[in-house]
Write a protein that binds this ligand. Structure first.
Ligand SMILES: Nc1ncnc2c1ncn2[C@@H]1O[C@H](COP(=O)(O)OP(=O)(O)OP(=O)(O)O)[C@@H](O)[C@H]1O
Ligand SMILES: [Mg+2]
Length: 482
């Protein structure tokens, strides 16, 4: 079928993009319907006029045609019209057989709407950046400076070493320990030294969110999921933690029906918002903590066993302060110094004897109680040096010290004290240096435990050290292994 001139004319006429053709001097020969929409003038008014007519009469900004005539090359510009449109014009020279310009064809696309969408997108992007920086500030404020982790001493060092070792492995960690032993601090510490440090650390305290709100707080909800819900829906805490760490505090207290949802989250890293059907994916590291006897909860079936094993891939057990030995002494000194500085008495000192007396207290409230006591001592003790005799006037635990807690391990501590006393040295004897003394002490402990338990596994368990360390110590001091 042969297509006639009328066919081409109609096609050009109906084109959504504006099409114009001028002669070699820029005088308009043809334009289609879209021209009228773009400039608000009729085609008949334009045909026969030079392109400069539009600019000179305020219908539009610059035309690309003069430059095409000058350079004999294709040229594209953005043009604004008095009708408020933004146009992208590409002007193409069409040559005769001598290589001279015969016509110039313009292809004109209206990008006004596209621009509006672009601006909307830009302003949304700005808004997102604003919220992002707000969230960053928020989660940075949860990683407070006071999270200085005092980790010295043979009881705490292996725990911190474990925390460091597992920080970058994407395994779930469960932190156990009495109230105030530093579970939340260790969780934040692991996040801070991990590759996720620049992403959010979101804490969910499973006991403080009312149980009927817990699910929507955690997983968010779809628009109109339930009466009273925000009409736009809501992003849950789990989604906010994407890329970072989700800290489930007081995990022992979550209701059974939510435990099933957690299982899905942990196994598949997906969750379904309230009122939704499609699972959403998240990339999170889960750290949980509890001061409850979680094993007892597993046994009485108030905590799902499968969930327990998923959460407890790595277990970090924080001992109470009264069992930390050297770490407790470091902690006393650290908080004494810190509060002296904070309260503006940087030259105050505390005697070794006073530290010794304090270290024998049972600290049922652990580090939080230690902080309170140290604040009291710094603020209320008279004189520049705090001696043991100052303590009973300041704090009310004199009777505690005289009648130490009935803790089952106190017997062991007494035992260790006796061992310490059996090391024959006094501080005036400068023949023994610190390493020699510690070595001697280590030998007494290892010999004593080895004669009692005859197994490095048992010694490791009793002393809270790794089996390889127990084995190394036995080899070092007793020249044998088991
Ligand atoms: N290793 C540490 N060195 C110094 N201070 C610490 C250490 N660990 C924790 N703290 C401080 O002790 C206080 C209690 O710690 P944290 O809140 O982490 O305890 P917790 O076990 O989570 O308590 P709870 O069971 O009440 O939630 C905090 O002020 C914290 O900064
Ligand atoms: Mg806590």
């Amino acid at each position: 079928m042969k297509l006639g001139e009328d066919f081409y004319r109609r096609i050009l006429e109906e084109s959504h993009d504006e099409i114009c053709v001028s002669d070699k001097d820029g005088v308009m020969l043809f334009c289609n319907k879209s021209f009228e929409e773009n400039y608000g003038i009729s085609k008949d008014d334009m045909i026969g006029k030079g392109v400069e007519y539009l600019q000179e009469n305020g219908y539009a900004t610059k035309s690309p045609i003069p430059k095409v005539i000058l350079t004999k090359k294709k040229f594209t510009i953005e043009q604004k019209t008095h009708t408020g449109k933004t146009l992208i014009i590409t002007a193409i020279p069409i040559f005769d057989s001598n290589g001279d310009i015969e016509y110039i064809m313009e292809n004109v696309r209206d990008i006004t709407e596209l621009n509006e969408i672009k601006h909307e997108l830009e302003s949304k992007e700005k808004e997102v950046l604003k919220y992002k920086s707000e969230v960053e500030t928020l989660y940075k404020s949860t990683l407070r400076y006071e999270d200085e982790v005092i980790c010295g001493g043979p009881i705490m060092e292996p725990i911190i070493t474990t925390a460091k070792r597992i920080a970058n492995a994407n395994v779930n960690v469960m932190i156990l320990g009495e109230s105030g032993t530093g579970k939340s601090s260790i969780a934040r510490y692991i996040h801070r030294i991990s590759k996720r440090a620049k992403k959010p650390f979101i804490t969910i305290n499973c006991t403080t969110i009312p149980s009927h709100l817990l699910e929507s707080e955690l997983f968010g909800y779809k628009a109109g999921a339930f009466t009273g819900a925000n009409s736009k829906g809501k992003v849950g805490l789990v989604e906010l933690a994407d890329g970072g760490t989700l800290f489930l505090d007081e995990i022992g207290d979550i209701p059974l029906d939510l435990q099933a949802k957690f299982l899905q989250l942990i196994q598949e890293r997906t969750f379904i918002p309230v009122g939704g059907v499609k699972p959403k994916k998240v990339n999170i590291r889960i750290i949980s903590a509890t001061n409850a006897d979680i094993m007892a909860k597993v046994k009485d079936k108030s905590f799902r066993e499968d969930l327990y094993y998923r959460l407890n891939v790595i277990e970090i057990k924080l001992p109470p302060l009264r069992k930390r030995g050297e770490n407790l002494i470091k902690m006393i000194r650290y908080y004494f110094k810190r509060y002296c500085k904070e309260f503006g008495v940087p030259d105050k000192t505390i005697s070794r004897e006073a530290v010794n007396v304090l270290s024998k207290y049972s600290f049922p409230g652990n580090i939080r109680e230690l902080q309170n006591i140290m604040q009291k001592i710094v603020l209320t003790s008279p004189g520049d040096c705090i001696n043991a005799s100052d303590l009973p006037y300041i704090i009310d635990f004199k009777s505690e010290i005289k009648n130490p807690t009935k803790d089952k391990d106190v017997g062991r501590n007494d035992n260790l004290n006796n061992m310490a006393n059996s090391i024959k040295y006094n501080s005036d004897n400068d023949e023994l240096n610190f390493d020699d003394i510690m070595n001697e002490f280590e030998k007494i402990i290892i010999s004593d435990y080895y004669s009692k338990y005859k197994s490095t596994y048992k010694i490791a368990e009793k002393l809270g050290i790794s089996q390889s360390k127990a084995s190394r110590l036995v080899r070092k001091h007793l020249n044998s292994d088991s």
